[in-house]
Design a protein around this ligand. Structure first.
Ligand SMILES: C[S@@+](CC[C@H](N)C(=O)[O-])C[C@H]1O[C@@H](n2cnc3c(N)ncnc32)[C@H](O)[C@@H]1O
Length: 179
């Protein structure tokens, strides 16, 4: 069931393609990155993970070493072009529910507008927590979660130090987390 849903999401984003994705969403997503990066700024010594990186719009803005992970081959291909020549950036195809990284591998973990797409949001949050070691910035579509249900999900993953930003004007809840 989960696998079929995941494949369905990948097919949807593959069909959309990176060029159209960027045309439609660059501005909308950019406002979310701004809210996050104002408060969580990975430094050059840090290593960051962008879960569900899509076309690499956020990954490109990170000054740290950065890994972008996504299930869509098509969006990853656009991300590859975007990040070509950028030192210390890596892309990998993978599933947010089973991240191919050791525990505590990343100083900072981001996941922007992804959680609501995953078949099992709790597993995805738990994986994010497992691979991170300091801070996380996570967003989720307001049309998929109420503020209360998103906070409840994070608490179910035993994340206790969470701050929901005042995200009026954005279509996502934006949350800062101390891991
Ligand atoms: C709305 S887009 C957001 C992309 C990017 N974070 C951004 O800000 O532009 C959702 C992304 O989540 C990815 N995605 C959905 N389910 C996923 C999963 N189970 N594992 C990894 N990525 C996933 C999609 O392929 C897509 O790139």
């Amino acid at each position: 069931m989960g696998e079929a849903r995941k494949r369905g999401v990948a097919v949807k984003y593959d069909a959309l393609g990176g060029r159209i994705y960027d045309l439609r969403y660059t501005e909308e997503q950019g406002a979310k990155y701004e809210a996050l990066l104002e408060r969580i700024t990975p430094g050059t010594e840090d290593i960051a993970l962008d879960i569900g990186c899509g076309t690499g719009l956020l990954t490109e803005q990170l000054e740290s070493q950065a890994v972008g992970l996504d299930i869509s081959a098509s969006l990853l291909s656009t991300a590859r072009s975007r990040l070509r020549g950028r030192a210390r950036s890596y892309l990998i195809m993978g599933d947010a529910r089973v991240l191919p990284f050791r525990d505590s591998s990343f100083d900072v973990v981001f996941s922007v507008t992804v959680i609501q797409n995953t078949p099992d949001p709790l597993s995805s949050i738990e994986e994010m927590k497992r691979v991170g070691r300091a801070r996380a910035g996570v967003t989720a579509l307001k049309k998929a979660f109420t503020r209360e249900s998103f906070e409840a999900l994070l608490r179910e993953a035993r994340l206790t130090s969470i701050k929901v930003l005042d995200s009026s004007g954005l279509n996502d809840w934006v949350v800062l987390i101390d891991l």
